[in-house]
Design a protein around this ligand. Structure first.
Ligand code: CP
Length: 325
């Protein structure tokens, strides 16, 4: 693997998932693979799970890890080509990235969208600038439009659950996976929803439904292949997995139109499901997106999901390390 920016960088999702699950069973199986290699984890935005799980994954592979919070400790970076830097930005990415490329063997970057300029965000110009100027493999820790380490984790978690208690059942039916929009008090990126849709579609082993209120359509380049409905109750019928996430509007970019609290998942709304397992990438606004009862129920996978972030990151880093000279 040369980089990890989206599902398009993965040859075979199932093989990568098996690799991750093998690391879960034996975390130190490849503890020498990353010897004398160093990874930089660069955060332009906050993180709990991504930061810590990726650090653990790299250390399990024997890598040295340096984490740098650009947003708090670094110079404010400029990403515009030919910018006249007379404003707030202090250092251009074309100066900073080659230096990072000389310090590290792999560079991992988190950079959220600004949710103001759709064209700019959806061009993924920040991560593309790091790829262009760093000269080493780049891993996404969540970018303007996608969160592939989260989505790989989500497929790992679904496949793991199917192995424990096959939702496909005796009839061999495919699991029904529902991605449902949930209310939130702030406009959030579409990254997790885009990425989940992209990965579940690419995986192709599920009946996949997306439920959201009108005006919350996602970019069809990620959702194409899914059934899309504005009726959450209908979507939840016989669901095996329910993935809950808020996102802001895509068409009229970055807005909150309708925050209908009836879209919050509760034990009542989940009655129609097939005892569905509940997923969320976290952090979650309790009793806004999901009720306490749902989050604290035995069907909630949120902690398992977050702990599986280590194995997803380890599988990806191992694939990149194998191709490093
Ligand atoms: N799910 C996720 O990416 O969590 P963090 O923002 O805490 O890294």
């Amino acid at each position: 693997m040369k980089q990890f920016i989206s599902v398009e960088d993965v040859k075979d999702i199932n093989v990568l998932v098996e690799k991750a699950l093998s690391y879960k069973a034996n975390p130190f199986a490849d503890k020498h693979l990353g010897a004398n290699k160093r990874i930089g984890l660069l955060f332009l935005n906050p993180s709990l799970r991504t930061r810590i799980s990726t650090q653990i994954a790299a250390e399990n592979l024997g890598m040295q890890v340096i984490t740098f919070n650009v947003d708090k400790d670094g110079w404010k970076l400029e990403f515009e080509e030919e910018a006249i830097m007379s404003g707030a930005t202090v250092e251009h990415v074309k100066d900073a990235a080659p230096i990072l490329g000389s310090y590290f063997d792999i560079l991992a970057v988190r950079s959220f969208p600004n949710l103001i300029n759709k064209e700019e965000d959806y061009s993924e110009h920040v991560i593309k600038q790091f790829i262009k100027y760093a000269g080493i493999p780049v891993v996404s820790l969540e970018t303007s439009t996608l969160h592939p380490l989260q989505s790989l984790t989500d497929v790992i978690t679904i496949k793991e659950q199917m192995a424990f208690a096959p939702t496909a059942g005796e009839s061999g039916r495919r699991p029904r996976i529902v991605l449902t929009w949930a209310p939130h008090i702030k406009p959030l990126p579409q990254c997790v929803a885009n990425s989940f849709a992209q990965w579940i579609n690419a995986w192709g082993e599920a009946e996949f439904v997306i439920a959201h209120p009108e005006d919350y359509e996602l970019d069809v380049k990620f959702t194409k292949g899914a059934t899309i409905t504005h009726n959450q109750r209908e979507a939840l019928q016989e669901a095996d997995f329910v993935y809950v996430k808020n996102w802001s509007t895509y068409k009229d970019y970055g807005k909150i139109y309708n925050n209908d609290p009836s879209w919050m998942l509760t034990p009542e709304t989940l009655k129609a499901t097939n005892h569905a397992k509940i997923m969320h990438c976290l952090p979650v606004r309790r009793n806004v997106e999901l009720s306490d009862e749902v989050l604290d129920s035995e069907n909630s996978l949120v902690t398992t999901e977050a702990s599986n972030r280590v194995w997803a990151a380890q599988a990806v880093l191992s694939e990149i390390l194998k191709e490093l000279k």
